[in-house]
Design a protein around this ligand. Structure first.
Ligand code: CP
Ligand code: NVA
Length: 304
């Protein structure tokens, strides 16, 4: 049966295998070994929102696997003129082997996946960003060796796609997760409850001062996600005390790392001093999008 990747819960069984395959493909490729595991295959990439990393990392990653990627901007295909998601899914399934979709809504994502007869990989929607969190876990593994038992804190918008996927993904690999956010932006119960099922400690708080005390990983994301632009002024006010700065980083473990999926907005969610400082791994994350997604594509392609 074909497999999709829309939520972190879709990789509950083999998350660590995917992370290890990503690390392996990275090593092989850097050592000049053959990585053409998807030779002759085609990935269709539908974008309803802007992207730098997702677009480039999927396209170059597919090339490294010996395949080919097609960039399909919503406005350039008939989907943008009212063709249904169902028909788009059925038609693309006749041409390509895998679909990557960056969608405005999780509802549209699910509709595409339900109707496509080939695997659909989320390149982000309003609810989750699984490719980024798989990548981030691969990056943490590279820097820390082990994932189990690490303490992870995320500051900022606790209701956005990154917060939701971090809650699930970090819990799935045995990390303790703290979300520090103004009450109004606390995660929906569903994600907290699902994360707790993995037997780790999950904490949601609005206390910034002690947020980073003794943690291994500090993460944040933009305060204004794509689709939230109308609330920008309100959000800048609501989050103004949640900036990750040098002071907050100094309370984390001395070998703690700083993460951000990018794009970053300096002096809002993080200072440039931290984002470009010695503890930051943000550009490793950007690079690892490619290796992790290669592992994801190889894994899902096997399902058909
Ligand atoms: N992190 C991430 O998904 O970046 P893009 O929006 O540039 O794809
Ligand atoms: N939360 C951000 C992630 C961008 C990669 C957004 O949805 O805009």
């Amino acid at each position: 049966m074909k497999r999709d990747l829309i939520s972190m819960l879709d990789v509950k069984e083999d998350l660590l295998d995917i992370i290890n395959l990503g690390i392996d493909l990275k090593k092989k490729s850097k050592n000049g070994k053959d990585t053409s595991l998807l030779s002759g295959k085609t990935l269709g990439m539908i974008f309803e929102k802007s992207s730098t990393r997702t677009r480039v990392s999927f396209e170059v990653g597919m090339e490294k696997l010996g395949g080919h990627a097609l960039f399909l901007s919503k406005n350039d295909i008939q989907l943008g003129r009212g063709e249904t998601i169902e028909d788009t899914a059925l038609v693309l399934s006749r041409y390509v082997d895998l679909i990557m979709y960056r969608a405005m809504s999780n509802k549209a994502m699910k509709e595409l996946a339900t109707n496509a007869t080939i695997p659909v990989i989320s390149g982000l929607d309003d609810i989750e960003h699984p490719c980024q969190v798989i990548t981030d876990l691969m990056t943490i593994k590279e820097h820390k060796g082990e994932l189990k038992g690490l303490n992870f804190v995320y500051l900022g918008d606790g209701k956005n796609n990154m917060a939701n996927s971090y809650l699930l993904g970090c819990a799935m690999v045995g990390m303790n997760v703290k979300i520090v956010s103004p009450k109004k932006y606390w995660p929906d119960e569903f994600f907290v409850d699902e994360a707790k099922k993995f037997g780790v400690t999950i904490e949601v708080s609005d206390t910034v001062e002690t947020a980073t005390d003794g943690v291994d990983v500090v993460a944040t994301d933009t305060w204004v996600s794509m689709g939230d632009e109308e609330q920008k002024q309100q959000r800048l006010k609501d989050f103004k005390d949640y900036t990750v700065n040098k002071d907050l980083m100094s309370k984390a473990k001395s070998d703690a790392i700083f993460m951000h999926c990018l794009p970053a907005y300096y002096d809002y969610e993080v200072t440039k001093e931290v984002a470009h400082g010695p503890q930051s791994v943000i550009f490793d994350e950007a690079e690892n999008r490619m290796w992790a997604q290669m592992a994801i594509m190889v894994t899902l392609d096997k399902s058909i």
